[in-house]
Design a protein around this ligand. Structure first.
Ligand code: C2E
Ligand code: CA
Ligand code: CA
Length: 900
C-alpha cells in the first residue's frame, strides 16, 4: 500500500520533471526562434543600414556627376549654342576638350566625359584628342536621352568600351536647345568597378551581395561579383519592385537553384533612378543565430539527455530507496511481528514454565539460577526471596535443607552435580523428600556451561503405579487378592513353610445358589452381596495369617497359615466361615440368606504346588456340594479317584443317550386312605455297560453340568408319557424337572408337543420341581410354571422342607401338590419336631387345597403316622419300589382288594 503511494509520487515526480524539462526545451526553442527573429531583424537592420549608407554614397556620386553635367550644360549654353551645329562647333574645340578634362578632374569616380551630337556622333571626349568620330547613336543613353523630355540624369547599364574593353556605365544628360529640342547628350563614364570599390569598402556581413540597379530593375553594378552581364535584371515578380515603389524596405527571397535564400534590404536613391539593395544569405544572416541555436540546442539536448539520465538514475535511486524503505518497513513490520512473536513466545514460555507440572530451574555456567518457575518453589515450599535468579546452587540446596526438604550433604550433592554437568552428562536421580514425596530430577547440560534441572513430583505416579500394581493383583469389586496374587501368596507360603516348617491351609468355597441370587435380584445386588461376603471374610480372619482371594463369580479362596494343629484350626476356621457367611444379609432392602460350601486342602499333605492345593480343595468343595451343600470337607485322596471316575462318567454319559442306555422306572404313588394307586413317578435309570445300574443321584447333576439334561429330560418325558397312556385313565404320571431344564426356552413347547405326540391327557401329568426353581426368583421361571400349568397339567413342589423358606414358596405359586421330603418321613417316629412339621404342612395343604404326598415311606409305622396326620398320598418302598414295568401295581390284587 505504502509502496504503491510512493510509486505514484515517484511517477508524479518523474512526470513533473519531464514537464519542467519539456517547458525548458520549449522555452529554449522559443528563445531560439526569437533569436532567429532577432537575427532576421538584425540582418534586416544591418543590410538596411548598409543599403542606406551605400544609397547615400551612390546618391552623392550621382549628384557630383550631375553637378558636373549641369555645369557643362550651362557652359555649352554659355557658348551660345542654339542648334546642333552650334553644339558641334562649340564642343569640337580643343578648348572645350580642356574644359572637359578640367571637369573630369573634379570627378574622381568618372573615367571619361564625352559629348555627342543630336545624331549620336561623338564630338568631344576626355579620352582622346582629337576626338575620333564615333557613332554612339546605338547606345542606350543616346536613345534614352533622345526620348526624354527632361534633363534628368539617366544611368545606363554598363557597356564595354569599344576601345579599351573596360565596362563603363554612363551618367548622361540631355542638352536642350531653346525650344527644348535635342541638341546633344553629355555623358560621364564611370568605370563599372567603381561602385564595386565603394561597396567593397563596406563589408560587414559575410556573403553580402550589394546590387545597384536602376528602378526598372536593370542591374548596374553588383558586389562582390565583378563580372558584368549586360541586360541582367532583377527577376520579374521579385518583391524588389514593390519595395522600390514603396520607397524601400526588406524582403526575403527563397533560395533558388543558383542562389541561396537571402534577406535583402532595398533603398531607392532619391532624385536618381537608382536603387541600392543589400542582400545577405540566410546562412550568413543566421550564422550567429545558428551558432547560438546550435549551442543552445546542443546544450539543451545535453541538458535534456543528462536530465533524462539523471531522472532515470534518480528514479532508479528513488525506487531503490523506496524498495529499501519498503523492505525497511517490511522489516519493521516483521520485526514488530517478530517482537510480538517473541513477546508471545516469552509469554508462552512463561505460561508454559508456570503451568507445567514439573519444577524447572535453569542455571548458568557459574551455577547461578537464571530461571526458576513457581512450580519448583511450590514443590519444595521454597521462598521466592531466596530462590531467584542469581541464587547459587549451593544456596538453593542449603535453603532446601533449611526448610527440611533435603536429605543428605548439600556440599557433596552440589559437587557431584557440577562435576556431572562439566562432563557434559545428563544426570537423573530419584529423591525422596523428608515429607515423603518422591521427586524425579533430571539435570540436562546446556551449551555454554549452564544446565536445566527438571523436578517432577512422581509421588502420585508412584501411587498410581502402586495402585495399578495393586489392581493387577486384586479383585476390583471386593479388593480381595485375585488369582495372580493368590498364586504368589501361596508360593510365598510354600517358601515360608520351607524356611520355617510352618504348614498352611487352603480353603476354597463358593456361595450356595449364588447364581440364583444374581439371576433373581440382579447383578448389582449380587455384587453387593459378594462385597458383603468379602467384608465378613476379612472380619473373621486375621490378616496376618490369611490371604483372601476372589477368583471370579462367587468363588473365594482363603489361605491360612497355621503354625500348629493345622487340621483343628482349619476346622475352626471353616466353621467360623460357615457361620459368618450364612448369617442373613440385608442388601438393597432384600433379606438374603445364603449358605456356603467349603473345600479344604492342607499343605504340604494335600499338595506341593499352589495348583495342586487349589485343585484338591476344589475336589473337597465338590464333594460338599454333591452332599447337599452348606458345609465343609477336608480333602481326601479318594476324592481324586472320585473326580477321575466322575470325569470318566461324564464321558460315558455323553454317549449314553445315543446308545439308549437309559431306562425309566416308575414308582407308584398311593392314596393314603384307600392305599389304591393314584399315580406313578418316573425315575430315570442309567444302565451303565460296566458299572451296572447307576442311580440318578449320581448322574443327574453330571448331566446338568455337561448340558445333557435338556435332551435327556425330553427323552424321559416322552418315554414316561408313552408308558402312561397304556395305564388306566385314573392313574397319573409324575415326572421330575431339573432346574437346569428351566433354562431351556423351549420347555413349555417341548412339554405341549410331547403331550400331543404321545396322546397323554394333560390332566394326567404332574411335573415335579424343587424349590431351587423358585429360588431363582425371576419372573421367567414363574411365567414358565404358569404356562405349564395352563397346559392343563399339575405342578408339584418336590422335596418340601429341605429349603430355607419352603413355606414362602407356597405363596408364590398355586401348587397342586406338595411332596414332603423323605427326611421328615424317615424321622417321623423318632423326632417330634418332624411329626409337627408334617402335621403343619398337611394342615397348610388342606387349608390351601393342595394335595400332600409323603415320600420315602418305608415302614407301616410311618404310614400309620402319616395317615393319622392326614397326608393325602404316600410313596415309598413299603408300598412299591421303582420298577420298570409298573402296570403290575395297577392290576395287583392288593389294589383290587384294598379298593374293595
Ligand atoms: P426324588 O424326586 O425325591 O425321587 C424319589 C427318590 O426316592 C427316588 O430315588 C426313589 O427311588 C427314592 N425312594 C422312594 N421310596 C423310597 C424309600 O422308601 N426309601 C428310600 N430310601 N428311598 C426311596 P432315585 O430314583 O434314586 O432318585 C433320586 C433323585 O433323582 C430323585 O429324587 C430326583 O430328584 C432325581 N431323579 C430321579 N429320576 C429323575 C428324572 O427322571 N428326572 C429328574 N430330573 N430327576 C430325577
Ligand atoms: Ca420326585
Ligand atoms: Ca422327592
Amino acid at each position: 500500500m505504502v509502496f504503491e503511494n510512493r510509486n505514484l509520487t515517484l511517477h508524479g515526480l518523474v512526470a513533473v520533471a519531464a514537464a519542467i524539462l519539456a517547458v525548458a526545451v520549449f522555452s529554449i526553442a522559443l528563445t531560439i526562434w526569437a533569436l532567429r527573429q532577432d537575427a532576421a531583424a538584425d540582418a534586416a537592420r544591418e543590410t538596411g543600414n548598409i543599403a542606406t549608407v551605400l544609397a547615400e554614397q551612390t546618391a552623392r556620386t550621382a549628384q557630383s556627376i550631375d553637378i558636373v553635367l549641369a555645369d557643362l550644360d550651362e557652359r555649352i549654353a554659355a557658348l551660345g549654342v542654339m542648334t546642333p551645329d552650334d553644339l558641334r562647333n562649340a564642343t569640337g574645340t580643343k578648348d572645350f576638350y580642356n574644359t572637359l578634362i578640367d571637369r573630369l578632374a573634379r570627378l574622381p569616380q568618372a573615367s571619361a566625359i564625352s559629348v555627342i551630337d543630336d545624331r549620336g556622333i561623338l564630338w568631344s571626349t576626355t579620352r582622346r584628342w582629337p576626338t575620333p568620330p564615333l557613332d554612339l547613336s546605338d547606345r542606350e543613353y543616346f536613345s534614352e536621352q533622345k526620348r526624354a523630355d527632361t534633363q534628368r540624369v539617366f544611368v545606363s547599364t554598363p557597356t564595354q568600351n569599344r576601345i579599351n574593353g573596360t565596362w563603363t556605365m554612363q551618367f548622361s544628360r540631355r542638352i536642350n536647345g531653346p525650344g527644348a529640342e535635342l541638341l546633344g547628350v553629355l555623358f560621364v563614364g564611370v568605370d563599372a568597378t567603381y561602385f564595386n570599390e565603394i561597396f567593397g569598402t563596406i563589408e560587414t556581413l559575410h556573403n553580402q551581395k550589394i546590387t545597384l540597379a536602376r528602378r526598372d530593375g536593370s542591374i548596374v553594378a553588383e558586389y562582390p561579383s565583378t563580372e558584368i552581364v549586360p541586360g541582367r535584371k532583377v527577376p520579374d515578380g521579385s518583391p524588389w519592385y514593390e519595395l522600390v515603389a514603396k520607397g524601400g524596405g526588406n524582403f526575403h527571397a527563397e533560395g533558388t537553384k543558383g542562389d541561396d535564400a537571402r534577406l535583402t534590404a532595398v533603398r531607392p536613391i532619391q532624385a536618381y533612378p537608382l536603387v541600392v539593395s543589400v542582400g545577405v544569405t540566410e546562412d550568413s544572416a543566421f550564422a550567429n543565430w545558428r551558432r547560438r541555436a546550435v549551442f543552445l540546442g546542443a546544450g539543451t539536448i545535453v541538458i535534456v539527455v543528462c536530465s533524462i539520465f539523471l531522472l532515470r538514475a534518480l528514479a532508479r535511486q528513488l525506487r531503490k530507496l523506496m524498495a529499501s524503505e519498503q523492505s525497511l518497513a517490511d522489516g519493521k513490520t516483521r520485526l514488530a511481528e517478530k517482537s510480538t512473536e517473541l513477546e508471545r513466545a516469552n509469554l508462552q514460555i512463561d505460561a508454559a514454565l508456570n503451568n507445567i507440572t514439573q519444577g524447572v530451574c535453569m542455571f548458568d555456567e557459574h551455577a547461578r539460577i537464571v530461571v526458576v518457575n513457581q512450580r519448583y518453589l511450590d514443590m519444595y515450599g521454597l521462598s521466592r526471596n531466596v530462590v531467584k535468579p542469581g541464587c547459587t546452587l549451593r544456596e538453593l540446596i542449603d535453603h532446601r535443607k533449611a526448610v527440611g526438604l533435603f536429605k543428605g550433604d548439600p556440599e557433596e550433592y552440589c559437587r557431584e552435580i557440577i562435576a556431572t554437568i562439566k562432563a557434559g552428562k545428563t544426570a537423573d536421580s530419584l529423591i525422596e523428600t523428608t515429607d515423603g514425596r518422591i521427586a524425579y530430577i533430571v539435570q540436562q547440560p546446556m551449551a555454554g556451561g549452564g544446565w536445566v534441572v527438571t523436578h517432577e513430583d512422581i509421588t502420585e505416579r508412584k501411587r498410581a503405579e502402586a495402585q495399578t500394581a495393586f489392581m493387577a493383583r486384586h479383585d476390583a469389586l471386593t479388593g480381595l487378592a485375585n488369582r495372580l496374587h493368590l498364586l504368589e501368596k501361596i508360593d510365598e507360603q510354600f517358601a515360608w513353610m520351607r524356611r520355617t516348617g510352618e504348614p498352611f491351609t487352603v480353603f476354597t468355597f463358593d456361595l450356595d445358589l449364588f447364581k440364583a441370587v444374581n439371576d433373581s435380584l440382579g447383578h448389582p445386588t449380587g455384587d453387593a452381596l459378594l462385597s458383603a461376603v468379602a467384608e465378613r471374610l476379612r472380619a473373621c480372619t486375621r490378616e496376618q495369617i490369611a490371604t483372601i482371594a476372589r477368583l471370579g463369580g462367587d468363588e473365594f479362596v482363603l489361605v491360612q497359615s497355621s503354625p500348629n494343629q493345622q487340621r483343628e484350626s482349619a476346622i475352626v476356621l471353616a466353621n467360623r466361615l460357615l457361620e459368618a457367611i450364612s448369617t442373613p444379609y440385608d442388601i438393597n432392602g432384600h433379606q438374603i440368606v445364603i449358605g456356603t460350601s467349603i473345600g479344604i486342602a492342607l499343605a504340604p499333605n494335600d499338595g506341593d504346588t499352589a495348583d495342586e492345593l487349589l485343585k484338591n480343595a476344589d475336589l473337597a468343595l465338590y464333594r460338599v456340594k454333591s452332599e447337599g451343600r452348606n458345609g465343609y470337607r477336608l480333602f481326601e485322596p479318594e476324592m481324586n479317584d472320585e473326580a477321575q471316575s466322575r470325569h470318566a462318567l461324564q464321558a460315558d454319559l455323553r454317549a449314553a443317550l445315543a446308545r439308549d442306555d437309559f431306562e425309566i422306572h416308575f414308582q407308584t404313588i398311593f392314596d393314603a386312605r384307600t392305599q389304591l394307586p393314584t399315580g406313578a413317578e418316573a425315575l430315570v435309570r442309567w444302565r451303565h455297560p460296566t458299572r451296572g445300574m447307576v442311580p440318578p443321584g449320581h448322574f443327574i447333576q453330571l448331566a446338568e453340568e455337561i448340558g445333557l439334561i435338556v435332551p435327556l429330560g425330553e427323552w424321559i418325558l416322552r418315554q414316561a408319557c408313552m408308558a402312561a397312556v397304556t395305564w388306566p385313565a385314573d392313574i397319573k404320571l409324575a415326572v421330575n424337572l431339573s432346574p437346569a431344564q428351566f433354562r431351556n426356552p423351549n420347555l413349555v413347547d417341548m412339554v405341549a408337543e410331547t403331550l400331543a405326540a404321545t396322546g397323554l391327557s394333560p390332566d394326567r401329568l404332574e411335573l415335579e420341581i424343587t424349590e431351587s426353581v423358585l429360588l431363582q426368583k425371576n419372573a421367567n421361571n414363574l411365567t414358565v410354571l404358569y404356562q405349564l400349568k395352563s397346559l392343563g397339567l399339575s405342578i408339584v413342589l418336590d422335596d418340601f422342607g429341605t429349603g430355607y423358606s419352603s413355606l414362602s414358596y407356597l405363596r408364590m405359586f398355586p401348587f397342586d401338590k406338595i411332596k414332603i421330603d423323605r427326611s421328615f418321613v424317615s424321622e417321623l417316629s423318632t423326632r417330634a419336631d418332624c411329626a409337627a412339621i408334617v402335621c403343619a404342612v398337611v394342615g397348610l395343604g388342606h387349608g390351601l387345597s393342595i394335595i400332600t404326598t409323603a415320600e420315602g415311606v418305608e415302614t407301616e409305622e410311618q404310614l400309620r403316622l402319616l395317615r393319622a396326620a392326614g397326608v393325602d398320598q404316600v410313596q415309598g418302598f413299603l408300598l412299591s419300589r421303582p420298577r420298570l414295568n409298573v402296570n403290575l401295581d395297577f392290576q395287583h390284587p392288593v389294589r383290587n382288594e384294598r379298593a374293595a
